[in-house]
Design a protein around this ligand. Structure first.
Ligand code: SF4
Length: 383
Protein backbone atom coordinates (compact mmCIF):
# COMPACT_ATOMS: atom_id res chain seq x y z
CA UNK A 1 0.00 0.00 0.00
CA UNK A 2 1.47 3.42 -0.90
CA UNK A 3 2.71 5.37 2.10
CA UNK A 4 0.28 8.23 1.34
CA UNK A 5 -2.77 6.04 1.76
CA UNK A 6 -1.48 4.43 4.92
CA UNK A 7 -0.83 7.82 6.45
CA UNK A 8 -4.19 9.33 5.45
CA UNK A 9 -6.01 6.35 6.98
CA UNK A 10 -3.98 6.83 10.12
CA UNK A 11 -5.06 10.47 10.20
CA UNK A 12 -8.76 9.72 9.93
CA UNK A 13 -8.71 7.23 12.81
CA UNK A 14 -6.45 8.84 15.37
CA UNK A 15 -4.42 11.97 16.15
CA UNK A 16 -4.19 14.52 13.30
CA UNK A 17 -0.58 13.85 12.35
CA UNK A 18 0.27 15.75 9.19
CA UNK A 19 1.48 13.87 6.12
CA UNK A 20 4.89 15.03 4.92
CA UNK A 21 4.65 15.39 1.12
CA UNK A 22 8.39 16.06 0.67
CA UNK A 23 9.41 12.43 0.15
CA UNK A 24 6.54 11.31 -2.08
CA UNK A 25 7.33 10.49 -5.69
CA UNK A 26 4.74 11.11 -8.42
CA UNK A 27 2.98 7.75 -7.94
CA UNK A 28 2.66 8.21 -4.17
CA UNK A 29 1.53 11.83 -4.53
CA UNK A 30 -1.14 10.82 -7.07
CA UNK A 31 -2.34 8.15 -4.63
CA UNK A 32 -2.46 10.78 -1.89
CA UNK A 33 -4.63 13.18 -3.94
CA UNK A 34 -6.92 10.38 -5.11
CA UNK A 35 -7.34 9.30 -1.50
CA UNK A 36 -8.46 12.77 -0.41
CA UNK A 37 -10.91 12.99 -3.34
CA UNK A 38 -8.85 15.27 -5.62
CA UNK A 39 -7.82 14.78 -9.24
CA UNK A 40 -4.41 13.08 -9.67
CA UNK A 41 -3.11 15.96 -11.88
CA UNK A 42 -2.76 17.98 -8.65
CA UNK A 43 0.25 15.77 -7.93
CA UNK A 44 2.22 17.25 -10.85
CA UNK A 45 1.39 20.82 -9.78
CA UNK A 46 2.41 20.25 -6.17
CA UNK A 47 5.51 18.25 -7.13
CA UNK A 48 6.77 21.19 -9.21
CA UNK A 49 6.15 23.65 -6.40
CA UNK A 50 7.99 21.53 -3.85
CA UNK A 51 10.98 20.36 -5.87
CA UNK A 52 11.46 22.79 -8.75
CA UNK A 53 10.60 25.97 -6.86
CA UNK A 54 11.65 24.83 -3.37
CA UNK A 55 8.38 25.94 -1.78
CA UNK A 56 7.43 24.65 1.68
CA UNK A 57 4.28 26.74 2.18
CA UNK A 58 1.05 25.68 0.48
CA UNK A 59 -0.18 29.30 0.37
CA UNK A 60 2.48 30.06 -2.27
CA UNK A 61 1.12 27.44 -4.70
CA UNK A 62 -0.78 29.97 -6.77
CA UNK A 63 -2.13 27.63 -9.45
CA UNK A 64 -3.82 25.48 -6.79
CA UNK A 65 -7.30 26.59 -5.64
CA UNK A 66 -7.52 28.53 -2.38
CA UNK A 67 -9.80 25.86 -0.94
CA UNK A 68 -7.34 23.05 -1.66
CA UNK A 69 -4.39 25.08 -0.36
CA UNK A 70 -6.21 25.56 2.95
CA UNK A 71 -7.11 21.89 3.10
CA UNK A 72 -3.52 20.86 2.40
CA UNK A 73 -2.28 23.15 5.18
CA UNK A 74 -4.61 21.34 7.58
CA UNK A 75 -3.66 17.77 6.70
CA UNK A 76 -0.18 17.91 5.15
CA UNK A 77 3.21 19.56 5.46
CA UNK A 78 6.50 19.94 3.58
CA UNK A 79 9.11 19.41 6.25
CA UNK A 80 12.88 18.95 5.90
CA UNK A 81 15.55 18.35 8.55
CA UNK A 82 17.07 21.48 10.04
CA UNK A 83 20.68 22.45 9.29
CA UNK A 84 22.54 22.75 12.59
CA UNK A 85 26.04 23.30 11.25
CA UNK A 86 27.66 24.36 7.98
CA UNK A 87 31.39 23.95 7.33
CA UNK A 88 33.29 25.15 4.29
CA UNK A 89 36.67 23.66 3.35
CA UNK A 90 39.46 25.65 1.73
CA UNK A 91 38.77 23.87 -1.59
CA UNK A 92 35.10 25.01 -1.62
CA UNK A 93 33.66 21.71 -0.39
CA UNK A 94 30.70 22.36 1.94
CA UNK A 95 29.41 20.01 4.60
CA UNK A 96 26.05 20.35 6.33
CA UNK A 97 25.07 18.62 9.54
CA UNK A 98 21.29 18.11 9.62
CA UNK A 99 19.22 17.24 12.67
CA UNK A 100 16.60 14.52 12.25
CA UNK A 101 13.58 13.65 14.35
CA UNK A 102 14.64 11.54 17.32
CA UNK A 103 17.98 13.27 18.01
CA UNK A 104 20.09 11.70 15.27
CA UNK A 105 21.91 13.78 12.70
CA UNK A 106 23.35 13.13 9.26
CA UNK A 107 25.96 14.75 7.05
CA UNK A 108 25.61 15.87 3.44
CA UNK A 109 28.49 17.17 1.34
CA UNK A 110 28.59 19.42 -1.74
CA UNK A 111 31.73 19.17 -3.90
CA UNK A 112 32.08 21.89 -6.55
CA UNK A 113 34.33 21.24 -9.56
CA UNK A 114 35.02 23.20 -12.74
CA UNK A 115 32.38 21.54 -14.86
CA UNK A 116 30.01 20.06 -12.31
CA UNK A 117 28.79 20.07 -8.72
CA UNK A 118 28.29 16.80 -6.87
CA UNK A 119 26.09 16.33 -3.82
CA UNK A 120 26.96 13.33 -1.66
CA UNK A 121 23.95 12.26 0.40
CA UNK A 122 23.25 9.73 3.17
CA UNK A 123 20.65 6.95 3.20
CA UNK A 124 20.88 5.63 6.78
CA UNK A 125 21.82 6.90 10.23
CA UNK A 126 25.16 5.11 10.57
CA UNK A 127 25.70 1.80 8.80
CA UNK A 128 25.36 -1.83 9.84
CA UNK A 129 27.86 -3.33 7.40
CA UNK A 130 31.02 -2.63 9.39
CA UNK A 131 33.59 -2.27 6.59
CA UNK A 132 36.97 -2.14 8.32
CA UNK A 133 38.25 1.06 6.67
CA UNK A 134 35.08 3.16 7.10
CA UNK A 135 34.51 5.91 9.63
CA UNK A 136 30.71 5.69 9.33
CA UNK A 137 30.89 2.01 10.33
CA UNK A 138 32.51 2.98 13.62
CA UNK A 139 29.39 5.03 14.42
CA UNK A 140 27.21 1.89 14.46
CA UNK A 141 23.69 1.86 13.05
CA UNK A 142 20.48 3.43 14.29
CA UNK A 143 17.82 3.50 11.56
CA UNK A 144 16.95 3.97 7.90
CA UNK A 145 16.23 7.46 6.63
CA UNK A 146 12.71 8.08 5.32
CA UNK A 147 12.31 9.03 1.64
CA UNK A 148 11.62 12.61 2.84
CA UNK A 149 14.89 12.69 4.80
CA UNK A 150 16.81 11.41 1.78
CA UNK A 151 15.39 13.80 -0.83
CA UNK A 152 15.45 16.64 1.74
CA UNK A 153 19.25 16.63 1.51
CA UNK A 154 19.00 17.68 -2.15
CA UNK A 155 16.07 20.03 -1.48
CA UNK A 156 17.93 21.78 1.36
CA UNK A 157 21.28 21.91 -0.47
CA UNK A 158 19.68 23.60 -3.49
CA UNK A 159 18.20 26.23 -1.20
CA UNK A 160 21.53 26.76 0.56
CA UNK A 161 23.30 27.15 -2.77
CA UNK A 162 20.68 29.62 -4.01
CA UNK A 163 19.89 27.33 -6.90
CA UNK A 164 16.21 28.14 -6.56
CA UNK A 165 15.68 31.15 -8.81
CA UNK A 166 11.95 31.20 -9.55
CA UNK A 167 11.85 34.72 -10.95
CA UNK A 168 14.12 37.64 -11.87
CA UNK A 169 13.81 41.32 -10.91
CA UNK A 170 11.15 41.82 -13.60
CA UNK A 171 9.12 38.95 -12.15
CA UNK A 172 9.85 36.63 -15.10
CA UNK A 173 9.73 33.02 -13.98
CA UNK A 174 12.70 30.96 -15.16
CA UNK A 175 12.83 27.23 -15.40
CA UNK A 176 14.89 26.12 -12.39
CA UNK A 177 15.72 22.91 -14.29
CA UNK A 178 17.86 24.96 -16.68
CA UNK A 179 21.31 23.30 -16.60
CA UNK A 180 23.22 26.59 -16.61
CA UNK A 181 21.50 27.64 -13.39
CA UNK A 182 22.29 24.43 -11.57
CA UNK A 183 24.93 24.25 -8.85
CA UNK A 184 24.16 20.56 -8.27
CA UNK A 185 24.54 18.55 -11.47
CA UNK A 186 25.22 15.11 -9.94
CA UNK A 187 23.96 13.23 -6.88
CA UNK A 188 25.78 10.27 -5.36
CA UNK A 189 24.38 8.12 -2.55
CA UNK A 190 27.79 7.63 -0.98
CA UNK A 191 27.27 9.28 2.40
CA UNK A 192 26.32 7.40 5.55
CA UNK A 193 24.72 3.99 5.07
CA UNK A 194 24.20 1.19 2.56
CA UNK A 195 21.45 2.49 0.21
CA UNK A 196 20.27 -0.95 -0.91
CA UNK A 197 19.47 -1.91 2.69
CA UNK A 198 16.95 0.96 2.71
CA UNK A 199 15.58 -0.02 -0.67
CA UNK A 200 12.02 1.37 -0.83
CA UNK A 201 12.87 4.79 0.59
CA UNK A 202 15.98 5.16 -1.57
CA UNK A 203 14.10 4.17 -4.73
CA UNK A 204 11.31 6.65 -3.99
CA UNK A 205 13.84 9.46 -3.46
CA UNK A 206 15.74 8.50 -6.63
CA UNK A 207 12.45 8.54 -8.59
CA UNK A 208 12.17 12.20 -7.56
CA UNK A 209 15.76 12.94 -8.65
CA UNK A 210 15.15 11.66 -12.18
CA UNK A 211 11.51 12.86 -12.46
CA UNK A 212 11.08 15.66 -15.02
CA UNK A 213 8.52 17.39 -12.81
CA UNK A 214 10.95 17.39 -9.88
CA UNK A 215 14.77 17.52 -10.37
CA UNK A 216 15.00 16.02 -13.87
CA UNK A 217 18.52 14.60 -13.46
CA UNK A 218 19.60 11.99 -16.00
CA UNK A 219 20.28 8.41 -14.87
CA UNK A 220 23.97 8.94 -15.62
CA UNK A 221 24.07 11.74 -13.06
CA UNK A 222 22.52 9.83 -10.14
CA UNK A 223 24.72 7.13 -8.63
CA UNK A 224 23.87 4.55 -6.00
CA UNK A 225 26.94 3.28 -4.21
CA UNK A 226 26.69 -0.24 -2.80
CA UNK A 227 28.88 -2.74 -1.01
CA UNK A 228 26.99 -5.41 -2.98
CA UNK A 229 23.56 -6.46 -1.69
CA UNK A 230 22.99 -8.96 -4.50
CA UNK A 231 19.18 -9.55 -4.33
CA UNK A 232 18.54 -5.80 -4.12
CA UNK A 233 20.69 -5.19 -7.22
CA UNK A 234 18.43 -7.43 -9.23
CA UNK A 235 15.34 -5.58 -7.96
CA UNK A 236 16.94 -2.20 -8.57
CA UNK A 237 17.36 -2.92 -12.26
CA UNK A 238 13.60 -3.40 -12.60
CA UNK A 239 12.57 -0.40 -10.53
CA UNK A 240 15.11 2.36 -10.98
CA UNK A 241 18.22 1.61 -13.03
CA UNK A 242 20.47 4.58 -12.34
CA UNK A 243 24.29 4.56 -12.34
CA UNK A 244 26.06 2.26 -9.93
CA UNK A 245 29.29 2.47 -7.93
CA UNK A 246 30.40 -0.89 -6.53
CA UNK A 247 32.58 -0.73 -3.42
CA UNK A 248 34.74 -3.68 -4.42
CA UNK A 249 38.03 -2.77 -2.70
CA UNK A 250 39.65 -6.18 -3.26
CA UNK A 251 40.61 -8.48 -6.14
CA UNK A 252 39.75 -11.76 -4.34
CA UNK A 253 37.47 -13.15 -1.64
CA UNK A 254 40.22 -13.63 0.94
CA UNK A 255 41.07 -9.91 1.04
CA UNK A 256 37.47 -8.75 0.59
CA UNK A 257 36.21 -10.98 3.41
CA UNK A 258 38.66 -9.25 5.73
CA UNK A 259 37.64 -5.65 4.92
CA UNK A 260 34.02 -5.88 3.63
CA UNK A 261 32.21 -8.43 5.86
CA UNK A 262 29.19 -8.50 3.49
CA UNK A 263 31.41 -10.44 1.08
CA UNK A 264 30.98 -13.56 3.22
CA UNK A 265 27.28 -13.48 2.36
CA UNK A 266 27.59 -12.39 -1.27
CA UNK A 267 31.04 -13.39 -2.58
CA UNK A 268 32.68 -11.72 -5.54
CA UNK A 269 31.58 -14.16 -8.26
CA UNK A 270 27.90 -13.85 -7.32
CA UNK A 271 28.25 -10.09 -6.97
CA UNK A 272 29.82 -9.54 -10.38
CA UNK A 273 27.19 -11.76 -11.98
CA UNK A 274 24.50 -9.50 -10.47
CA UNK A 275 26.37 -6.46 -11.85
CA UNK A 276 26.53 -8.05 -15.31
CA UNK A 277 22.77 -8.54 -15.14
CA UNK A 278 22.29 -4.93 -13.97
CA UNK A 279 24.22 -3.62 -16.96
CA UNK A 280 22.90 -6.06 -19.55
CA UNK A 281 20.99 -4.49 -22.43
CA UNK A 282 21.17 -0.71 -22.81
CA UNK A 283 24.24 0.42 -20.87
CA UNK A 284 24.59 3.90 -22.34
CA UNK A 285 22.09 5.55 -20.00
CA UNK A 286 23.95 4.60 -16.83
CA UNK A 287 27.53 4.36 -15.66
CA UNK A 288 29.32 1.62 -13.75
CA UNK A 289 32.20 2.54 -11.46
CA UNK A 290 34.34 0.20 -9.39
CA UNK A 291 35.47 1.84 -6.15
CA UNK A 292 38.79 0.61 -4.77
CA UNK A 293 40.24 2.11 -1.59
CA UNK A 294 44.05 1.85 -1.52
CA UNK A 295 45.16 0.34 1.81
CA UNK A 296 48.90 -0.01 2.36
CA UNK A 297 49.99 -3.64 2.52
CA UNK A 298 46.40 -4.94 2.31
CA UNK A 299 45.14 -4.71 -1.28
CA UNK A 300 47.70 -2.55 -3.10
CA UNK A 301 50.36 -4.95 -4.47
CA UNK A 302 51.11 -5.08 -8.18
CA UNK A 303 49.88 -8.69 -8.13
CA UNK A 304 46.56 -7.40 -6.71
CA UNK A 305 46.35 -4.97 -9.65
CA UNK A 306 46.87 -7.79 -12.17
CA UNK A 307 44.26 -9.91 -10.35
CA UNK A 308 41.78 -7.03 -10.44
CA UNK A 309 42.36 -6.50 -14.17
CA UNK A 310 41.59 -10.16 -14.82
CA UNK A 311 38.56 -10.17 -12.50
CA UNK A 312 36.82 -7.24 -14.19
CA UNK A 313 37.39 -8.38 -17.77
CA UNK A 314 34.34 -7.81 -19.98
CA UNK A 315 32.55 -5.64 -17.40
CA UNK A 316 31.61 -2.19 -18.80
CA UNK A 317 33.22 -0.31 -15.91
CA UNK A 318 35.68 2.41 -15.07
CA UNK A 319 37.79 2.18 -11.92
CA UNK A 320 38.23 4.78 -9.17
CA UNK A 321 41.31 4.33 -6.97
CA UNK A 322 40.68 6.08 -3.67
CA UNK A 323 43.56 7.13 -1.41
CA UNK A 324 42.50 6.05 2.09
CA UNK A 325 41.48 8.89 4.43
CA UNK A 326 42.70 8.02 7.93
CA UNK A 327 40.48 8.67 10.96
CA UNK A 328 40.71 8.03 14.67
CA UNK A 329 40.49 4.29 15.57
CA UNK A 330 41.38 3.24 12.03
CA UNK A 331 43.81 0.33 11.75
CA UNK A 332 44.85 1.15 8.17
CA UNK A 333 47.10 3.60 6.39
CA UNK A 334 46.93 4.81 2.83
CA UNK A 335 49.14 3.41 0.07
CA UNK A 336 51.88 5.76 -1.07
CA UNK A 337 51.02 7.83 -4.17
CA UNK A 338 53.80 6.11 -6.10
CA UNK A 339 52.21 2.71 -5.36
CA UNK A 340 48.78 4.00 -6.37
CA UNK A 341 50.19 5.25 -9.69
CA UNK A 342 51.91 1.90 -10.41
CA UNK A 343 48.63 0.14 -9.58
CA UNK A 344 46.80 2.49 -11.98
CA UNK A 345 49.34 1.91 -14.77
CA UNK A 346 48.77 -1.86 -14.70
CA UNK A 347 45.00 -1.40 -14.96
CA UNK A 348 45.36 1.16 -17.75
CA UNK A 349 47.64 -1.14 -19.71
CA UNK A 350 44.92 -3.79 -19.40
CA UNK A 351 42.53 -1.34 -21.11
CA UNK A 352 40.57 0.19 -18.22
CA UNK A 353 39.71 3.85 -17.68
CA UNK A 354 41.20 4.54 -14.24
CA UNK A 355 40.97 7.66 -12.08
CA UNK A 356 42.83 8.41 -8.87
CA UNK A 357 40.26 10.23 -6.79
CA UNK A 358 41.29 13.65 -5.56
CA UNK A 359 40.77 14.03 -1.85
CA UNK A 360 38.28 16.85 -1.24
CA UNK A 361 37.19 18.56 1.97
CA UNK A 362 39.93 16.92 4.04
CA UNK A 363 40.18 19.83 6.49
CA UNK A 364 36.50 19.44 7.51
CA UNK A 365 36.41 15.59 7.56
CA UNK A 366 34.20 15.56 4.47
CA UNK A 367 36.38 13.24 2.43
CA UNK A 368 35.29 9.81 1.29
CA UNK A 369 34.69 7.43 4.23
CA UNK A 370 34.88 10.25 6.77
CA UNK A 371 31.21 11.14 7.14
CA UNK A 372 30.02 10.46 10.64
CA UNK A 373 26.96 12.51 11.69
CA UNK A 374 25.68 11.66 15.12
CA UNK A 375 24.14 8.28 15.80
CA UNK A 376 22.02 7.84 18.91
CA UNK A 377 21.80 4.28 20.24
CA UNK A 378 24.51 2.67 18.15
CA UNK A 379 23.57 -0.83 19.23
CA UNK A 380 21.05 -1.67 16.52
CA UNK A 381 23.52 -3.09 14.01
CA UNK A 382 22.20 -6.65 14.35
CA UNK A 383 18.60 -5.52 13.60
S1 SF4 B 1 31.86 1.64 3.41
FE1 SF4 B 1 29.68 1.98 3.00
S2 SF4 B 1 28.73 -0.05 3.32
FE2 SF4 B 1 30.76 -0.15 4.30
S3 SF4 B 1 30.37 0.42 6.44
FE3 SF4 B 1 30.92 2.31 5.34
S4 SF4 B 1 28.95 3.22 4.78
FE4 SF4 B 1 28.57 1.05 5.27
Amino acid sequence: MPQAIEQVQFMTHSAPKKVNLLGMDLAHLKAFFTEIGEKPFRAVQVLKWIHQFGVDDFSQMTNVSQLLRERLSDIAEIRAPEIIKEQKASDGTTKWLMRLDGGNSIETVFIPEDNRGTLCISSQVGCALDCGFCSTAKQGFNRNLSSAEIIAQLWVARRMLNERIPEDEQGVVHNPQNESRRAITNVVLMGMGEPLLNFDNVVQAVHLMVEDNAYGLSKRRVTISTAGVVPALKRLREECDVSLALSLHAPNNAIRDSIVPLNKKYPIKELLEACRYYFSGDTKKKQFTIEYVMLAGVNDSLQNARELAALLRRLPCKINLIPFNPFEQSAFSSSKMQTIKQFRDILQKAGYIVMIRKTRGEDIDAACGQLAGKVKDKSRRKH
